[in-house]
Ligand binder design. Sequence first.
Ligand code: FAD
Length: 663
Amino acid sequence: MDKSTLRRIDNTLKHLTKVTSDIENIHPHLNETPNLKTLKSILDGEYHFDRDRLKELFEESSTFDEIFLNKSIHTDEHREQTLKACKEIIQLQIVKLSDMEKNPKKFLNWFETISLCDPSVSLKFAVQYNLWGGTILFLGTKKHHERYLDGIENGSILGVFGLTELGHGSNVNGLETTATYDEANQEFIINSPTWNSQKYWPGNISRHGQMATVFARLILRGVDKGIHAFVVPIRGEKSNQYPYGKLCDGVEVRDISLKDAYNGIDNGGLLLKNVRIPRENMLDRFSQVDAQGQYHSNIPPNRHFAMTMSVFFIGRACLSLNSLAFTKAGLSIAVNYAKNRHQFGATTKSKQELPIIAYSTTHRRLIPYIARTYALDMAHKTIADLIPTYPKETIHSYTSGFKAITSWAAVEALQSCREVMGGQGFRLCNRVSMLRNHADLVTTGEGDNTVLTQQVAKYLLGLYHQVVKGSKKSVEHLSFKGELAYINNLTAQPPTPNTNANQLSNISYHQWLLEKREFLLIKELHSRLYGRHDDELIEPNTERWFTVWNQSLPLCIRITKANVDRLTQSFFLKKIVEQSGSNLVDTATLTMLKNLCRLDSLVQIQKDFGFFVNTGLMSGESKWIQLEDEITHLSRDISQHASVLTQAFSIPNKFNPLQNSIE
Ligand SMILES: Cc1cc2nc3c(=O)[nH]c(=O)nc-3n(C[C@H](O)[C@H](O)[C@H](O)COP(=O)(O)OP(=O)(O)OC[C@H]3O[C@@H](n4cnc5c(N)ncnc54)[C@H](O)[C@@H]3O)c2cc1C
């Protein structure tokens, strides 16, 4: 990482530590209603026109009617409707494929908005644009760009991203497909040597895909050069009999029948039997094979695979936003229900039944998730701002951590919405159980969450180790940089509030707790791996190292959660400070944002209460009761504005049932 990058990160982080003191001054009361228009414009962001155009299309075109929620439809019909919907979105020409690189903010905004309609549509784009398109854009060179990018963007060349195999999912480094170079013909021979080596899962395989990027082991003169990507045609000329083209020689496909969700996607298995492709079909941005079969690469062999995979962070950010959009829709629908559903009354004699949104348990089952959704939304917006300037490895860590925590939170939130809606939550037409099932896939797709947390923990551990290794100084006297710069300002004792206010409502106190937790967890992982055991250090990359690492995997999940919670709070605060500097935002709206931030931090702290008490970071006899009361009261106070908060998500009417009555 160069010095100017480090300086820039340090400045941003310094700014973030300062913002809490500014923010405490915003008026704390929640009596006034926040401004719906202002909230909506903050959430819609600078590309709000793009959002409006897409939402207009969803409302007006019957292609976006979710027929599968009202009756059983044939899978083929669902798949064709999904493709038709994608083509109608493409016709709006809102984004270009190159926006993934040149304007990720616009691209992410677009992707989040398309996640509001049938989720199969957004996943079809994840396959077509992020994965198939992304491999050509990021791993290919000019010749590939000229040949394929336009067709991918306008939907005339539908493609597959063939990474996962039946035998290897998370550990794709172990995949078996081979690409053997045939010097005489200047061709690669792509082969699936075993049943387990078939490409398994990719969308667009079983029906629509014409081409595929296939990840395979490059074999040159009998030597395995590791995993590289190749463009392989899988279907040929189209005809009446084969509207998407007849399978090419040596290509065998199978369909992965019905799934729990995303049935508009034609996921399948792909076996390649010695399929020949020309030499130029190797995606050669990072490494090349010349006509004589000589291998050239500027990247050290041990970094090649990581480098190849590192380009896909944008797809991971898209899936994260996918699950966030599902949560927004689910919360809107559940709030509609809770407002309109009346059960029981204040007394047995009272004729007037109460809307279930009046019950304290409903507050607790919905409002913290609304707070989390706002917090994660602001965090994703901040990450989108940082993508062009931050180092790739930091963005990789952010997008991995946020994808994991956002999708896990989405499943939890949508289950809560489902239960709040009683039996109505089960009806597919009310969408919530459907959204929950789709959010569930996000915990596995684009990298299994549990596996991703190991990458975040490794990144943070590496940064920590760089500073502490070989130093005789205690941690307090070391100077951390970049992501870990916050450690330099960590005080032993928590900040005391300026006024007589309750410490638990103090945002600086939350920040201190969240920072301390992350720091202590990273320190713990470091001492397990780099500390002395029976007075000796563990040699890295040994069986013993692996045993300790393996035992520490649950800790990696905790570290990722701690890292994402800390970042979420800082990024949310940063956005609030930006808004407070604008004359357009009224005090009631700012107050609401601040209290959503406060509630989210408190809920995350409560989830890990045992840790905070056990480490002495929180003490006091009735702390748990105080924390519980604070969350209950904040949830109650915010609940009176639940409708405004969820209306600001502006879910199109078509996808937002139960707004006026329950049928
Ligand atoms: C609907 C859908 C669409 C998909 N689309 C595509 C696509 O277009 N292209 C493509 O290439 N792939 C695609 N995939 C595949 C997807 O990327 C994989 O499912 C994912 O990477 C996980 O692999 P797996 O399913 O083999 O799970 P496994 O790797 O078998 O994992 C199972 C469990 O083992 C755990 N585990 C694995 N390794 C470790 C470890 N080191 N430490 C601790 N725990 C571990 C995981 O946490 C997980 O819980 C798709 C999958 C689905 C479901």
